[in-house]
Ligand binder design. Structure first.
Ligand code: HEC
Ligand code: HEC
Ligand code: HEC
Length: 187
């Protein structure tokens, strides 16, 4: 798939990924191999705090949800679709919730398959204001400067992906729309 992908661009992106992977290891702790760290060992909770016993351990909370090989190891979209989780959408009963059904195909992906951005998946978790008019225009193709380098630098999709949403190493979850094969000349 990456055969004809421009070398220099790939090297830039690969450098970022190595960086991202080392940050992930630092955050998750060395030796993290497909298991959830107990809270007392995750480097974020104070193991001497007696209140720690009150908290649910990640392995208890997460191990029955649909698995993902990456990130926090849960496929959250499937978990929501199967109604295994039911996140609270609003704190105030009067808050209006807008779900928008409609995909935007983002085509400036060079040799990679195009990107399908699903409004339904995102508006089940997020409000329009989280993305419009910043960082995204409400016009397909209208946002200036979206590219993989910016995303890997934490802008646009990278504001959430790699942080609260699945990591950027999962190229094909975003780049999911194959282009039609160019027809041979004369056909
Ligand atoms: C997670 C981010 C995100 C959220 C939340 C979001 N959008 Fe979008 N929206 C996008 C992106 C990305 C595009 C495509 C922008 C581009 O191509 O430059 C877009 C495009 C649009 C478009 C233009 C579609 C077209 O075909 O021209 C409309 C209209 C829109 N959004 C409305 C909404 C509304 C209404 C909501 C809330 C119900 C919403 N969006 C929530 C990211 C989001
Ligand atoms: C969170 C979604 C997401 C993930 C994950 C993702 N991309 Fe992208 N990628 C995009 C978007 C959005 C664009 C810009 C599309 C546009 O503006 O039309 C893009 C553009 C690109 C481009 C076009 C050239 C450039 O530099 O922008 C390449 C090449 C690319 N991505 C490669 C990759 C590779 C390789 C991976 C995995 C290591 C990856 N992408 C992961 C969303 C993603
Ligand atoms: C404001 C935060 C935010 C932004 C910005 C954002 N996403 Fe997401 N995205 C999420 C969350 C939250 C989920 C659901 C949790 C998960 O899958 O990790 C999600 C899920 C997805 C999925 C999974 C869909 C599925 O069916 O499994 C794709 C693909 C995706 N995003 C692509 C994109 C692309 C492309 C962009 C940029 C154009 C983008 N996202 C921008 C937060 C965001």
């Amino acid at each position: 798939m990456f055969k004809s992908f421009h070398r220099a661009a790939w090297r830039r992106i690969a450098g970022r990924l190595v960086f991202a992977a080392s940050v992930a290891t630092a955050t998750l702790g060395a030796g993290w191999v497909g298991k959830w760290q107990p809270l007392e060992k995750d480097g974020m909770h104070d193991p001497s705090n007696p209140g720690l016993q009150q908290l649910q351990q990640p392995v208890d909370a997460l191990s029955n949800l649909p698995r993902s090989a990456v990130g926090n190891q849960v496929d959250w979209v499937t978990a929501m679709e199967h109604k295994l989780i039911d996140p609270r959408a609003n704190l105030m009963p009067g808050t209006r919730i807008n779900i928008l059904d409609g995909d935007v195909i983002m085509p400036r992906t060079g040799e990679m398959p195009m990107v399908r951005f699903s409004h339904r998946v995102h508006t089940e978790w997020l409000d329009c204001d989280n993305c419009h008019e910043q960082p995204f225009d409400t016009k397909a193709g209208g946002t200036k400067g979206v590219n993989m380098w910016a995303i890997l630098s934490g802008e646009y999709c990278g504001l959430c992906h790699g942080g609260v949403a699945f990591p950027l190493t999962e190229c094909n979850r975003c780049h999911s729309v194959l282009r039609e094969q160019p027809r041979a000349a004369g056909r």
